[in-house]
Design a protein around this ligand. Structure first.
Ligand code: ZN
Length: 498
């Protein structure tokens, strides 16, 4: 190893140690920290992230990147290190263009905004949040303009969550979805609703946790490389491929929701656990959010909402939660695919979920392209809700205040959820060409073969490829929404007898 490469690796190791400690603090805060301890924890996280940022933007670090970019060093690197140098240099340059005092101001404003959002949501009073949201829009605009002065603001935002993604691609895909799926949804709405009265009940939380552990193992989550915890909102956090943690939120009165959250987060975790261990401490462990969501949503929806997934395990569900012994599998299947208009994204079924994302995407474009301001947003939100789902929120808590993403400036994140679903349609078709019917694999309990395929084609590559490259290499074609539209049509035609 050259002396320069050695220095660079030392730097990467240092960054990794900061990442570890911050992940530890974050995990602790989300799962363990008592309410009165929050401020201490936030202090610590702020301290370490500040230190990390300071090192990452120092002159010394800039020199390291320059050295590594020189052809005699760069050409000798393996692919993961080349990526690390390329992305690292890009981020270094971007961060250097952001004035430090502006950055601090923005971080502080986003903390204040997050608190204002919480209160506004509790009181269902958008007025409390509106000025903060406007500030976050303005800060975001400036922040991105510093980082990429020559690029369009919203496209830069999209690119930050999924490299290479832009609104031209998303426009094409989402329009296709809207044109085909809105009429499908309307047809379903003409059909009678399934009766879900039998799901009401009291489900022991410990038994739900045992069922979660069973389901996670069943889909391929490696318990020796991960643990489970509890938090207000389920999430996945990785400390490295040997330590990937998932959380869930349990409700005594609803066991189904937690089952699907477990499978969703399990999908994220299996991806992280499957990354080639040689990529540790390189940029190749940073996976784009759309590809990440494609995996969690593949497990949750494509597999988990398929009746065949449950055939080998439904008896087990009844063992853990005896109430399910009296619910026929078919009734369960209808309920987990119960399409209905609802206000809250996170509670939406697989089909209407798409509309919730399209709505947010269109509003983000309106903000950053058309200059729509925060005051106009609730009205626009409600109009779009009516246009897509035929319902109008009665208050802001069930409308524009429901998600936290915008409160801290995470604009451009929402589309990744639906892109993930669109990719899933493509992965499913390719998988069936190569492995045969997924229905058969699932009903035979051969889910390991599915996970094995995903591992080979996607998981082990981690973040080495962009979404477009992944799709091209796995499916041999460009991104298209047609497969997922075919999937939805076939599925709901059968369930609802359309
Ligand atoms: Zn997710």
């Amino acid at each position: 190893m050259s002396e320069k490469l050695e220095r660079f690796r030392e730097y990467l190791n240092q960054m990794e140690q900061y990442k570890q400690i911050m992940a530890q603090l974050e995990w602790d805060m989300q799962t363990q920290t008592p309410k009165k301890g929050y401020d201490y924890k936030i202090d610590a996280i702020t301290y370490f992230s500040g230190e990390r940022f300071r090192i990452a933007t120092s002159e010394e670090t800039g020199k390291l990147f320059e050295e590594m970019e020189a052809p005699e060093e760069y050409e000798a690197l393996d692919d993961a290190m080349k990526l690390t140098v390329r992305r690292g240099k890009r981020d270094y340059d971007r961060n250097k263009r952001v004035p430090a005092d502006f950055y601090e101001e923005m971080v502080r404003a986003s903390n204040v905004s997050g608190k204002a959002w919480e209160e506004a949501k509790q009181k269902s009073d958008y007025g409390l949040f509106c000025p903060h949201l406007q500030k976050m829009i303005d800060y975001t605009r400036r922040y991105v303009a510093y980082m990429e002065p020559d690029k369009e603001v919203y496209d830069t935002l999209l690119d930050m969550y999924e490299e290479g993604m832009d609104s031209a691609v998303i426009d094409r895909l989402f329009l296709q979805m809207k044109e085909e799926l809105v009429p499908l949804f309307r047809k379903i709405m003409e059909k009678p609703e399934p009766d879900n009265g039998c799901f009401a009940g009291d489900y022991d939380i410990n038994r739900q946790k045992e069922l979660q552990a069973y389901l996670l193992s069943y889909i391929g989550f490696d318990k020796e490389a991960g643990v489970t915890g509890e938090s207000e909102h389920p999430f996945t956090m990785e400390f490295g491929p040997g330590d990937v943690r998932v959380t869930n939120h349990f409700d005594r009165h609803d066991a189904v929701n937690a089952m699907f959250s477990a499978i969703h987060e399990g999908g994220h975790a299996i991806f992280e656990q499957g990354i080639n261990p040689a990529y540790v401490k390189t940029a190749a462990v940073d996976i784009g959010m759309a590809v990440h969501e494609s995996q969690s949503r593949f497990y949750e929806n494509i597999l988990g909402r398929n009746i065949n997934f449950w055939k080998p395990v439904y008896d087990k569900v009844g063992e853990y939660l005896p109430q399910f012994r009296d619910i026929p599998l078919d009734t369960f299947y209808r309920e987990i695919n119960h399409v209905r208009p609802s206000f809250i994204r996170t509670a939406a079924d697989e089909l209407t979920y798409c509309f919730h994302i399209i709505l947010r995407y269109e509003l983000e474009k309106a903000i950053f392209r058309d200059g729509v301001n925060a005051e106009e947003l609730p009205g626009l939100w409600n109009d779009k809700m009516e246009e897509l789902l035929g319902i109008r929120p009665q208050n802001d808590a069930e409308g524009i205040l429901q998600d936290m993403h915008w409160s801290d400036g995470s604009f451009g994140y929402f589309p990744t959820y639906l892109l993930g679903t669109i990719f899933d349609g493509m992965f499913l078709e390719t998988m069936e060409q190569e492995l045969g019917s997924v229905d058969t694999l699932l009903s035979d309990g051969r889910i390991g073969e599915i996970t094995g395929w995903l591992h080979e084609k996607i998981h082990k590559h981690g973040g080495m490829r962009t979404a477009a490259e992944t799709i091209r290499e796995v499916c041999g074609q460009e991104m298209t929404a047609e497969p997922i539209i075919r999937y939805f049509k076939k599925k709901y035609t059968a369930i609802y007898g359309l």
